[in-house]
Design a protein around this ligand. Structure first.
Ligand SMILES: [Zn+2]
Length: 105
């Protein structure tokens, strides 16, 4: 992905759902992020983790809560951080014409 985007986009973390659960990191989440932060090839000391707690219903998955966490290598812990949305007209950088099918293949 870094090369396809001329090194402007890169891996910064991951996200997943916690069905029936709470939007907080599990033990395996913490272990996975710790391992990523120590992976020399990733070059990312402070990976992000976003968790969406869902509650499956008969018709749909309803969103209950979404939270973002950032790895703190000094504390060796995932710390909750603010999650902010940026409006289209406030965006500072243009969207690159990236062929995502190629990028994620
Ligand atoms: Zn999890």
């Amino acid at each position: 992905m870094q090369n396809a985007s001329q090194r402007r986009y890169r891996y910064i973390g991951s996200w997943h759902t916690h069905p029936f659960g709470r939007a907080r990191p599990s033990r395996s989440d913490i272990a996975a992020v710790r391992a990523i932060s120590r992976e020399p090839q990733v070059l990312l000391r402070r990976p992000l983790l976003m968790i969406l707690a869902t509650r499956p219903s008969r018709r749909t998955y309803r969103e209950r809560n979404v939270r973002m966490f950032m790895w703190n290598p000094d504390l060796s812990a995932l710390i909750a951080v603010d999650l902010q949305a940026v409006r289209e007209d406030e965006r500072q950088y243009p969207v690159l014409a990236v062929d995502w099918d190629t990028v994620v293949a």
